[in-house]
Design a protein around this ligand. Structure first.
Ligand code: B4P
Length: 192
């Protein structure tokens, strides 16, 4: 089993590249953002609580997202590997993920970190907000709050996995196809 974390700030292209990577490598895609938005669409109590937090640009509590990931791992016993997109976002989530994977006798193979400048992130997210209907992409202050939250709580996740030599930085600016090629070459190095 080969498991990948696609890491990076909001708008760095994690969702965009995940779609291509799961198709190319036959991985199960686990996006906590998508899982949360599905709860919001169904108007579950979890979704209603999560929407209030997400609309402020803040992170949903660790216990909520770890619970969602744990259920998703259990729901896919035959998976050949997982692609984690937007998870883990804190060191506590990273430690919880490592524990969940070790219970299944597996681990993270590589953390692919997309590097994108802040101005490009803001531009992409506000642009997506014009068409996505996502309330967390609508206003510049919320978009910038998400980037601040990333620097405060999420960027340390790269340091956490860095201590196990699992992090590779990839330039996240350029065409979607160019970035995909860079990501594939890093994965292929580790699979061969
Ligand atoms: P997510 O759903 O994870 O989304 P994201 O960080 O906003 O975006 P992503 O990086 O996937 O960007 P994308 O490819 O779509 O998080 C949303 C919220 O959910 C968080 O703020 C948080 O509140 C909550 N949440 C999620 N996971 C959590 C967790 N683990 N713990 C706590 N809270 C959690 O790309 C963005 C745009 O750029 C798109 O419009 C795309 O078309 C464009 N784009 C992509 N690649 C491009 C390229 N190469 N050039 C130009 N544009 C590009």
């Amino acid at each position: 089993m080969f498991n990948i974390i696609l890491f990076g700030p909001p708008g760095s292209g994690k969702g965009t590249q995940s779609e291509k990577l799961i198709a190319a490598y036959g991985l199960i895609h686990l996006s906590t953002g998508d899982l949360l938005r599905s709860e919001i669409a169904k108007q579950t109590s979890l979704g209603i609580e999560a929407k209030i937090i997400m609309d402020k640009g803040q992170l949903v509590p660790d216990a909520v997202v770890v619970g969602m990931i744990s259920s998703a791992l259990d729901a896919n016993p035959q998976a050949g590997g997982f692609l984690f997109d937007g998870f883990p976002r804190t060191v506590a989530q990273s430690e919880a993920l490592d524990t969940l994977l070790s219970l299944k006798n597996t681990e993270i193979g590589v953390v692919l970190a997309l590097d994108v400048s802040e101005e490009e992130l803001v531009k992409r997210l506000l642009n997506r907000g014009l068409t996505s209907g996502r309330s967390d992409d609508n206003t510049e202050s919320v978009v910038r709050a998400r980037i601040t939250e990333y620097h405060a709580k999420t960027s340390v996740v790269a340091r956490y996995y860095g201590q196990f030599n699992k992090v590779v930085h990839v330039k996240g600016e350029g065409s979607v196809a160019e970035i995909f090629t860079l990501l594939c070459s890093e994965i292929d190095k580790r699979l061969s």
